[in-house]
Design a protein around this ligand. Structure first.
Ligand code: NDP
Length: 477
C-alpha cells in the first residue's frame, strides 16, 4: 500500500506509517499515513522559518491565485474528497460533501481577502508627521486540528495563515490524516513555494508537543479538547507566543412554551445528533419550559425512532458511527453515569450491529436531568443529549448560562421579546434563534467565550486579528 508522506521543505518524506481505519467498517484501511517524529517536526519548523521572509513579501496576486486554485480544485473534487472524509471520520456522505464544499468556499473567501489587504493612514497629533497603521504577518504558524471536521477546520486555519503572509507547520489529528494530506497536496501543486506549508502527520504527544516546545513558532492556532488547549496556552506563554484556542462546548438550546414545535424538534434533532453529536457546537442540553415539555419530548422521541444509524457511505443513513473505540467507550460511560445520576433514559443508549463492523450507537436522550448532573456539565462529544425541565424563560436563561463553556447557545421561540433578550444575555460566542446551535457560515466570525475559546475569533475578516500583528509607522513629511 502507498504511504502518504509528510511534506517538509517541499519534499514528500517519511517511511513510518500508521493505518487510517474506517469507523463504519473497521476492516477497511483508508490508507497508510506517515507517522512523523520530533526530528521531522524540527525540520518542518526550520523550513517554515527559512521560507518566511520571501513569502511574507510575496505579492497579493500570487497568494490570490494559489488560494483560488486550491478552492477550485477542492470544489471540482467535492464528491471524491467528501467520500474520503466520510470514510475516515464517519459522518454521512452528504454531510461530508457539505463540509468539503465549505472548505472550498473558505479558500475562495481568503483568495478574495488577499486582494483586500489594507491599512490606515491618518495625521499625527504632531505637525508635519504622518501615521500609517499596517498589518504584518506573524511568522511561522503552528496549526493543530481535531478529528471532527477533517477538511473544514484545516481549511479555516491554513487559508488565512497563507493569505496574510505566514508560513505553516500543520499537524492534523492522527485519526483523520487523509483530508489534510489531500489539501496540502492541492496547495503544493497549486504553486506554493517550498517550505511555506509543511505537513507533519503523527501523534499529538510527539509532533504536537515538539511544536509547543519550539521557540521558532510565532503563533499556534489550536482546535481540540480543553486539556490539550491548556497545554498550548502554558507553553505559548513560556515562549511569549501568540495563541488561539477553540475548545469544547456544552451548548444549550432553550425551548419555550410559545415555540413552533416542528421548528424546535428539527433544530434539537439536528444539533444534538447529526454528525453523531460530534460537533463542538452540538446542543447537548435541551432546556425546556413546563408548558411544552411533554409535547416536545414526545415529538423528539418519535423523530429519533425514524433516524437511521448506519454506514456513513450508505444512501439513507442519517447518522454515521462514532469516530473510534475510545470515543465510543466515553459515550457509553456517560450513558451509565446519566442512569446512575437519576436521569431517565427516554430513548436509545444501545450499541447497534450493522452489515459492516463499526462503532454504531443509538441516539440517546435523557429526560428528568438536572443542570448539576455530570451529563449536563461535562462535554460528552457523542449522540447523547439531556432534557432539563424549567419553570419559565428566566430560569431557562439562567440554566443556559450556568456552564463553564460558552461556544453556541440557541432558543426556539415565537416571542420577539424573548428572542431579543436571549441574544443580548446568552453568554456565548454564537447565538441561534429558531436554528440548530450547530451549522455556521464561513464568512463571519466563529468562536466562543468562557472555557470554550481563547484569543481572537476565527474565520471571516476577523481572522486577521490572529494571523497578523499591527504596526504603527510615523514619517516626518
Ligand atoms: P485533542 O485535544 O485530543 O486533539 C486535538 C489535537 O491536539 C490533535 O491533533 C491531537 O493530536 C493534538 N494533541 C494531542 N496531544 C497534544 C500535545 N501534547 N501537544 C500538542 N498537540 C497535541 O481533541 P480531539 O481531536 O480528540 O477533538 C475532540 C475535542 O475537540 C472535543 O473536546 C471538542 O469539543 C473539541 N473541538 C472543539 C471545537 C471548537 O471549535 N471549539 C471544534 C472541534 C472540536 P492526536 O490526534 O494525534 O492526538
Amino acid at each position: 500500500m502507498t504511504i502518504y508522506q509528510n511534506l517538509i521543505a517541499g519534499e514528500w518524506v517519511g517511511t513510518n506509517a500508521t493505518k487510517n481505519i474506517n469507523p463504519s467498517d473497521t476492516n477497511e484501511v483508508v490508507g497508510l499515513y506517515a507517522d512523523g517524529s520530533a526530528e521531522d517536526t524540527k525540520n518542518a519548523i526550520a523550513a517554515a522559518k527559512a521560507a518566511f521572509p520571501a513569502w511574507s513579501r510575496s505579492g497579493i496576486w500570487e497568494r490570490h491565485v494559489i488560494l483560488k486554485k486550491a478552492g477550485d480544485e477542492i470544489m471540482a473534487r467535492k464528491d471524491e474528497l467528501g467520500a474520503l472524509l466520510a470514510r475516515e471520520e464517519g459522518k454521512t456522505l452528504p454531510e461530508a460533501i457539505g463540509e468539503t464544499i465549505r472548505a472550498s468556499q473558505i479558500f475562495e473567501f481568503f483568495a478574495g481577502e488577499a486582494l483586500r489587504l489594507a491599512g490606515e493612514t491618518m495625521p499625527s497629533v504632531r505637525p508635519n508627521i504622518g501615521v500609517e497603521i499596517t498589518r504584518d504577518p506573524l511568522g511561522v504558524i503552528g496549526i493543530i486540528t481535531p478529528w471532527n471536521f477533517p477538511i473544514a477546520i484545516p481549511a479555516w486555519k491554513i487559508a488565512p495563515a497563507l493569505c496574510y503572509g505566514n508560513t505553516i507547520v500543520f499537524k492534523p489529528a492522527e485519526l483523520v490524516p487523509a483530508c489534510s494530506w489531500a489539501i496540502v497536496d492541492i496547495l503544493h501543486r497549486a504553486g506554493l513555494p517550498k517550505g511555506v506549508l509543511n505537513l507533519v502527520m503523527g501523534k499529538g504527544s510527539v509532533v504536537g508537543q515538539a511544536m509547543l516546545d519550539s521557540p521558532d513558532i510565532a503563533g499556534i492556532t489550536f482546535t481540540g479538547s480543553t486539556g490539550t488547549g491548556k497545554r498550548v496556552a502554558t507553553s505559548s506563554i513560556e515562549h511569549n507566543r501568540k495563541f488561539q484556542l477553540e475548545m469544547g462546548g456544552k451548548n444549550p438550546m432553550v425551548v419555550l412554551d410559545d415555540a413552533d414545535l416542528t421548528v424546535a424538534v428539527e433544530a434539537a434533532a439536528n444539533s444534538g445528533f447529526f454528525s453523531t453529536g460530534q460537533r463542538c457546537t452540538a446542543s447537548s442540553r435541551l432546556i425546556v419550559t413546563e408548558g411544552i415539555h411533554d409535547k416536545f419530548v414526545a415529538a423528539l422521541t418519535e423523530k429519533l425512532k425514524t433516524v437511521v444509524v448506519d454506514n456513513a457511505m450508505k444512501a439513507g443513513t442519517h447518522i454515521g458511527p462514532v469516530v473510534d473505540e475510545r470515543q465510543l467507550k466515553t459515550d457509553i460511560d456517560y450513558i451509565e453515569i446519566g442512569k446512575k445520576e437519576g436521569a431517565k433514559l427516554a430513548f436509545g443508549g444501545e450499541l447497534l450491529t450493522r452489515d459492516t463492523p463499526g462503532f454504531y450507537l443509538q441516539p440517546t436522550l435523557f429526560t428528568e436531568a438536572t443542570n448539576q448532573m455530570r451529563i449536563s456539565r461535562e462535554e460528552i462529544f457523542g449522540p447523547v443529549v439531556s432534557v432539563i425541565r424549567v419553570k419559565d424563560y428566566e430560569e431557562a436563561l439562567a440554566t443556559a448560562n450556568d456552564t463553564p463553556f460558552g461556544l453556541s447557545s440557541g432558543i426556539a421561540t415565537t416571542s420577539l421579546k424573548h428572542a431579543t433578550h436571549f441574544k443580548r444575555n446568552a453568554e456565548a460566542g454564537m447565538v441561534m434563534v429558531n436554528l440548530p446551535t450547530a451549522g455556521v457560515d464561513f464568512h463571519v466570525p466563529f468562536g466562543g467565550r468562557k472555557g470554550s475559546s481563547y484569543g481572537p475569533r476565527e474565520q471571516g475578516k476577523y481572522a486577521a486579528e490572529f494571523y497578523t500583528t499591527v504596526k504603527t509607522s510615523y514619517t516626518l513629511a
